[in-house]
Design a protein around this ligand. Structure first.
Ligand code: UDX
Length: 471
């Protein structure tokens, strides 16, 4: 028996407190636990309270264990919550900069306490690894202090990671960080054929990258350089040259697509209460409905909301539009829902998986959040793309230019109602052109998850690698 076979890994997992990060973290926790790891996963108390309220489990009790069902099925997953440093009722969105500063300085102290307590708790197996979101600024310091293997989890595609990783190269070549930056194609990022500056993550497109978000993100990416291992929710078969180039620099494991499995159904992951869309969808013909969602983070402007609403009124296509209650809901034209009648359904949130897996869905007008992109490919739903911020521009490039499983909603970043109506109407008839590519791309996802696919063998390699690091 190899010495590693006696070692049992115990990882603490800490997602960034955002919907698009909690989902892949929870799915990964289940996956790693089903491969024999002991997992302690941590949410902030505020996120936990929102999960509870959205699911009507309670009015915010902190002691409900979201993994109790998974544990009954034999998975070794512990769940705990910590304060992010702000009172539960603090308006985080309304005090964004103060909140970001807090995540910089105060939250790390809470994490430090928690990790210290867990490390010293005589838990069997002892804590050996830290799997923190790459968007945190503190993992290397905490991993070093407690002698843990530092695993940085990048929840976006490898192309977005490598763009940030080579930020200095972009700077030296004048494609980033100056007022008069170059607008020609970028040919020098290792493993990336060519990329337009407009396809970089939005934070790398800003001529004045000095805001708090820039500072925060750039510092976190700097910290990721010190990680022992990077794991990523992407697919080797879809981003092979980018991944190979990254593997030259660091151990980099593509573990995607990290989807829910049987156990995950019992775990609350939604931060908003889901509306039941299925009865409405059941009444619609096959492939006739456009699903519209801009995810959990991005806000479209008041003007864009109005253009979208009027565009949908002009279009003849049926639609479900997710309009989150926290931003644009009250910006809809006053008679909008009366005017669209039964052709449209506006909901504050839904189970996206239930919607896009429904046969009535024929297209997805998406902001290109990475989870949405992977889910849309899996359910073979063609995409109409309108990226708004962060990696969404980079993801759009993969969807539209590389894999050809989506079209652009508009040529620039300005929405006009007539163009929206015309694009949506055309899209629903022309989407068939994308289906052959969708079929092929979905097959790559199926293959990567199969016995001989890269995702499965990457998990095996990762576990061997981690065990060798704690020997
Ligand atoms: C954010 C960033 O916007 C995105 O670019 C980055 O890749 C991840 O973090 P978000 O806006 O939340 O993500 O989008 P996305 O990555 O698509 O994740 C949203 C998740 O919420 C998906 O898993 C989706 O299925 C789910 N969802 C979304 C719902 O269940 N219901 C909804 O109504 C909308």
């Amino acid at each position: 028996m190899e010495p590693e076979e006696n070692i049992k890994l115990h990882a603490i997992m800490i997602p960034v407190p955002l919907q698009g990060h909690i989902v892949p973290f929870i799915n990964l926790a289940i996956k790693l636990a089903s491969k024999g790891l002991t997992i302690t996963i941590v949410n902030t108390q505020q996120i936990h309270q929102r999960l509870m309220k959205a699911q009507s489990i309670s009015d915010g009790t902190l002691d409900y264990d979201i993994f109790s069902e998974a544990r009954k099925s034999g998975l070794d997953i512990q769940y705990t919550t910590i304060s992010d440093g702000f009172p539960l009722n603090f308006d985080r969105a309304g005090n964004h900069d103060q909140y970001m500063e807090g995540l910089f300085h105060v939250f790390s102290a809470h994490v430090d306490d928690l990790v210290g307590n867990l490390v010293n708790s005589n838990h069997n197996p002892p804590v050996s690894c830290l799997i923190a979101d790459t968007f945190y600024v503190w993992p290397s310091e905490i991993a070093k202090k407690y002698n843990l293997v530092n695993i940085s989890f990048w929840t976006e595609p490898a192309l977005a990671f490598t763009s940030y990783y080579h930020m200095d190269l972009l700077r030296i070549n004048g494609h980033f960080g100056s007022q008069d930056y170059r607008e020609d194609m970028i040919h020098y990022i290792p493993g990336v054929d060519a990329i337009e500056p407009g396809d970089l993550p939005s934070y790398l497109q800003d001529p004045e990258p000095w805001g708090i978000m820039h500072r925060y993100i750039f510092k976190s990416l700097e910290d990721a350089r010190k990680a022992d291992v990077i794991i990523c929710n992407t697919v080797q078969e879809l981003e092979s040259s980018t991944i190979s180039a990254l593997q030259e620099i660091k151990p980099f494991y593509a573990l995607g697509p990290i989807f829910p499995n049987g156990f995950t159904k019992s775990i609350p992951t939604n931060l908003w209460r889901e509306s039941d869309t299925v009865p409405w969808l059941n009444s619609k013909p096959k492939g006739s409905v456009m699903y519209i969602s801009f995810g959990s983070l991005a806000n479209i402007t008041r003007q864009d909301t109005l253009e979208m609403a009027h565009g949908l009124l002009l279009s003849i296509v049926s639609f479900i539009w997710v309009v989150r209650p926290d931003n644009t809901w009250n910006l809809l034209p006053s008679r909008f829902e009366d005017d669209v009648k039964d052709r449209g359904l506006v909901v504050p949130w839904c189970s996206q998986i239930d919607v896009i897996s429904h046969p009535a869905i024929g297209g997805f007008l998406t902001h290109c959040g990475w989870n949405s992109v992977l889910e849309s490919i899996w359910y073979k739903v063609p995409m109409l793309c309108f990226p708004i911020l962060t990696d969404q521009f980079t993801n759009r490039k993969l969807v539209v230019s590389e894999w050809k499983v989506g079209f652009d909603l508009c040529s620039g970043r300005i929405l006009r109602q007539q163009e929206i109506a015309q694009k949506i109407d055309c899209f629903m008839t022309e989407a068939d052109k994308l289906r052959i590519n969708l079929e092929e791309t979905r097959k790559k996802l199926e293959y990567t998850l199969s016995k001989n696919g890269s995702s499965g063998s990457n998990y095996k390699q990762l576990i061997i690698d981690l065990k060798s690091r704690i020997l």
